[in-house]
Design a binder for this molecule. Structure first.
Ligand SMILES: [Zn+2]
Length: 208
């Protein structure tokens, strides 16, 4: 079934499909410029039919798809447990939306997926762990270099958050494209003491 990608040669760090990752080695991009996160687990490629389902969840409020995506991710996580140096995680969180975006959309699709996933993985969910302090909504229209600048300082850890010291945090998102958002969030979590960050992403776009 093409839907699942566990047998594809993905980089264990950024989950990019790559011919040079046979045997689970990191891709050249991660070796050259290591991201702040330690690993990425994706359920599938960002392609039909999943792209339509994600858009339906995100832009048309089809919240019933969130548990479906959580199921897909949980299966891949269980299948990969113990591989690529993963250790059991301490808590789960989701990539936050800015307050403005959240007010417009009414929900955070990543949080909806994370809530279902929390039950399936038996991991505590810290949905308010991080705050997006800058709206980076124009990200998609920017060239890659400007995206990097645009994302800097986009996140803080909530003052009410529990201590992250030495914790392995799993971060849920719906789509991973350049990986820059997840990098910035992981860098923020590590500044606050997290020892390891693993991304759990429903769908990965081809290399950008
Ligand atoms: Zn990589």
């Amino acid at each position: 079934m093409r839907f699942f990608s566990r047998n594809s040669p993905r980089c264990p760090v950024c989950a990019r499909l790559s011919s040079d990752t046979v045997g689970g080695e990191q891709c050249g991009a991660c070796l050259q410029s290591p991201p702040a996160f330690d690993a990425s687990i994706v359920a599938c490629d960002y392609a039909a039919p999943v792209d339509h389902l994600i858009q339906a969840l995100k832009f048309h409020g089809r919240l019933a798809f969130a548990p479906l995506f959580a199921d897909l991710l949980a299966r891949v996580v269980h299948g990969q447990r113990g591989m690529v140096g993963q250790t059991e995680a301490d808590l789960l969180t989701a990539v936050p939306l800015s307050a403005t975006r959240l007010a417009v959309r009414g929900f955070n699709q990543a949080s909806e997926i994370a809530r279902s996933l929390s039950n399936r993985l038996h991991l505590p969910l810290a949905s308010q762990l991080c705050i997006r302090v800058r709206d980076t909504s124009a990200q998609a229209g920017l060239p890659l270099k400007q995206r990097h600048v645009n994302m800097r300082g986009a996140f803080i850890v909530s003052p009410a958050a529990p201590s992250l010291s030495g914790k392995h945090v799993m971060v849920v998102d719906d789509v991973m494209t350049s990986g820059r958002t997840l990098h910035e969030l992981a860098a923020c979590l590590k500044r606050y003491g997290a020892s390891r960050v693993t991304n759990l992403v429903v769908a990965r776009t081809p290399a950008v």
